[in-house]
Write a protein that binds this ligand. Structure first.
Ligand code: GLN
Length: 534
């Protein structure tokens, strides 16, 4: 079968959930047996989101090949179980960088370098790149931003050209918003009509409209939108608010989004997708009555997107443990010795979040000390693991001024220190220890038991590491370095012996938890939290 290209654009307002719609469609097509991948084109000028503050753009997701990516790639993986790579996320910055490099090399042979054709050709090459591998039947491309933004224009022009070139192998899905005016008790279609007009103005006629709405849109209104937007009547569907993003694939399938796409790309529609595992997950999620209460200690608690993958991994693990996840965000800057009792006492388990810099760090130590002394299942991730090490050094080893050199470059006890290869690094972008590395686990460790294996591979994003000079001292006092990188000896996992579940990972297991393949470590953590509850 020839590779089919599906473009997803958004109009009216941002944050409509293009990533969730793209992921949902991919999940259904995958359940039909097709090989699917999703890529995201972001119109901002940063080369990648690695240098972005989480307040700007939410979590930075990391692919196995070490690309710092938009958080939508996390949704893509969680919904499809398909690993993404650097090729799945391209920004305007990367497009320009590549064009400018070519210009400097003289590749354009004296031509004037322009947005059309040079930038658009570069975009098109990147859009088609995954198609040349022969690995995919469908490539879904999400165009970031909202139609009408100046910075989206080169991307939309590329989509227009590709649609013309690819013919029946290409469809455009446009996601818009149908607002409800409560004073008039009416849904309004005009913003959608205007948004489609804007697309038409740049030469793109959408093939399918997905209308985001908070109220059921009547069939007559869907028909009206189809007529005014020049879209076939059966290709206008609604995405009504649902309690969980994981219900969206089922809602899209009920409205035949997969069949519409197949029909429009000339694929005979036979049989049904096997959505049984997905339905099973959603049923479990909806039917769970008992709760498990987890506290997430971090400094970005006002912004749920900052810890997206952790939230989702906890949810996956809770569902497979037949529990409803009750997640409490605990602001590490507000946590002190005098309120810690109050803030943590109702929790079944605590996650100490990843992060960078000094802000909120003392609250993490307070939480960790309390959890260790009260034997609460505790999961430290990346900076959270480093804090676990520092807290143990200060309060158990008696190294009261122990620290990470990230927080105090002149600490006399640098139990967490800059990695050797990081010492000569000056550029901030893309220079951390990034992507998947192997970790060898001690056979008797809780972590090995959780994974059911002593060799695992997980993704990283850090510059600092456990200082192996202190290893013996830690191990003698009960904090064991149970996971190490087989080549470098870098400590990847620590466990405090004699506790129910106190594990710190230098890596981020949350990046690899998916709906159909939840993270073993999160499953084990939630399980421990449930036992602790009893
Ligand atoms: N700031 C720490 C480091 O760079 C931890 C990073 C993280 O939590 N992702 O090593």
């Amino acid at each position: 079968m020839e590779t089919k290209y599906i473009f997803v654009t958004g109009g009216v307002v941002s944050s409509l959930g293009k990533g969730i719609i793209s992921s949902s469609l991919a999940a259904i097509l995958k359940a039909r047996g097709y090989r699917v991948t999703i890529q995201k084109f972001d119109p901002y000028i940063n080369i990648d989101p690695g240098t972005l503050n989480p307040y700007e753009h939410g979590e930075c997701y990391v692919t196995v090949d070490g690309h710092e990516a938009d958080l939508d790639l996390g949704h893509y993986e969680r919904f499809t179980n398909v690993r993404t790579t650097r090729a799945n996320n391209v920004t305007t910055g990367r497009i320009y960088q590549s064009v400018i490099d070519k210009e400097r090399r003289g590749d354009y042979l004296g031509k004037t370098v322009q947005i059309i054709p040079h930038i658009t050709d570069e975009i098109k090459r990147n859009v088609l790149r995954l198609g040349t591998t022969g690995d995919y039947d469908f490539i879904i491309t999400e165009i970031g931003g909202t139609v009408g933004d100046i910075e989206s224009l080169p991307f939309l022009e590329s989509v227009r050209q590709l649609k013309w070139e690819l013919g029946q192998n290409c469809v455009c899905i446009h996601l818009t918003y149908v607002p409800y005016i409560s004073a008039a008790k009416e849904l309004k279609t005009k913003p959608t009509q205007h948004s489609v007009k804007q697309l038409q103005q740049v030469g793109i006629q959408p093939d399918i409209l997905v209308l985001r709405t908070e109220h059921e849109i009547p069939a007559s209104m869907l028909r009206k939108i189809a007529q005014f937007c020049n879209v076939s009547a059966d290709a206008v569907i609604q995405s009504i608010d649902v309690p969980s993003i994981y219900e969206v694939p089922l809602s899209m399938h009920r409205q035949h989004l997969d069949e519409i796409v197949m029909a429009k790309t000339n694929i005979p529609v036979v049989g049904e997708p096997n959505m049984a595992p997905w339905v099973n997950f959603v049923d479990k999620m909806k039917n769970a009555t008992r709760e498990v209460t987890i506290g997430l200690v971090g400094k970005y608690v006002e912004l749920q997107d900052a810890y997206k993958s952790i939230n989702e991994s906890l949810l996956h693990a809770a569902v497979y443990n037949n529990r409803r996840l009750k997640l409490k965000y605990i602001h590490s800057e507000k946590l002190t010795g005098s309120n810690v009792d109050d803030m943590l006492k109702d929790l079944d388990g605590v996650v100490i979040a990843p992060g960078f810099g000094q802000r909120g760090i003392e609250g993490k130590f307070v939480a960790l000390k309390w959890c260790r002394e009260h034997d609460i299942p505790t999961f430290g991730i990346c900076l959270g693991m480093q804090c676990m090490v520092i807290e143990f050094a200060r309060n158990v080893l008696g190294l009261t001024d122990a620290n990470s050199t990230e927080m105090d470059p002149s600490t006399p006890h640098n139990v967490i220190d800059l990695m050797e290869e990081q010492k000569s690094v000056h550029n901030m972008g893309g220079t951390m220890r990034l992507g998947a590395y192997d970790c060898r686990l001690d056979e008797t460790s809780l972590a090995a038991k959780a994974y059911g294996s002593t060799t695992v591979s997980e993704r990283h994003r850090h510059r600092f590491e456990f200082n192996n000079d202190y290893r013996q001292q830690f191990e003698d006092a009960g904090m064991k370095c149970v996971g190490r990188n087989p080549e470098t000896g870098l400590v990847e996992v620590v466990e405090i012996q004699g506790k129910k579940w106190m594990i710190g990972t230098q890596y981020h297991p949350e990046y690899s938890s998916t709906v159909l393949n939840p993270s073993p470590l999160f499953l084990s953590f939630i399980n421990a939290a449930i036992h602790h509850q009893k």
